[in-house]
Design a protein around this ligand. Sequence first.
Ligand code: CO8
Length: 258
Amino acid sequence: MNYENIVVETRGRVGLITLNRPKALNALNDTLVDEIGHALDGFEASEDIGAVVITGSEKAFAAGADIGAMASFSYMDAYKGDYITRNWERVRSCRKPVIAAVAGFALGGGCELAMMCDMIIAADTAKFGQPEVKLGILPGAGGTQRLPRAVGKAKAMDLCLTARFMDAEEAERAGLVSRVVPAEKVLDEALAAAETIAGYSLPVVMMIKESVNRAFESSLSEGLLFERRVFHSAFALDDQKEGMAAFVAKRKPAFKHR
Ligand code: CO8
């Protein structure tokens, strides 16, 4: 497929998706989100890929959904055609880990896209926000749900209701991002983290992702039960035998299922 709005590459065992609408600060239109889905399908199917990084430009990860494309939509366009919202769940449904490397603006749908990823590594220039209220709408791709889970009610309300931006330092303090690094290092840091993950046993990595996500979908006792069942099942894997044998023999593990 020829992508119009993203650049798709591989770096070692990592799939890299770079949002590429520089003139619109990577505003997310329907085609772009479809293209992300298509690229993820390819990475998910490939045995050579163990993790994915999604990034933007120095100035913007993504400044939100494309306001021009949405401006004249009627309720019927949005609801009946399921436009704007139709294709956003693909990032969440990816079973391999996805890291967002965020520099500059991550606003509205851009912030929501980053939050759909499994972790966010931020440049010190990153700015997060849900400024939809200024446009007479509200977040529509998880902002009112994932943001409070990440940063708590007080800050989520503050960001969604006032439309103020949160810088990288505040975002790390609040728990939205896992690391903050100088802007020129953000992509390398994310790629290195993804390469580390891609070196582990893929089924185990997928089990960890599934288990951590359960923490947001179930009660503690259900989540603990899910974790225990998956933990037990890990003992059926060759890679568990290999990982533990390698530790005992003081050598590097050679995982079979990557
Ligand atoms: N959509 C379309 N174009 C955009 C967007 C956007 N979200 N953001 C920026 N652009 C365009 C500008 O129009 C401008 O284009 P042009 O040069 O042709 O005039 C170009 O990008 C550069 O932008 P600015 O000149 O404004 O750059 P500044 O550095 O002055 O400002 C800002 C940068 C602060 C990021 C500013 O551009 C801005 O406020 N952008 C809009 C941010 C916003 O409101 N985002 C939320 C959008 S709504 C949304 O995301 C809803 C999500 C719902 C998801 C639904 C799916 C499920």
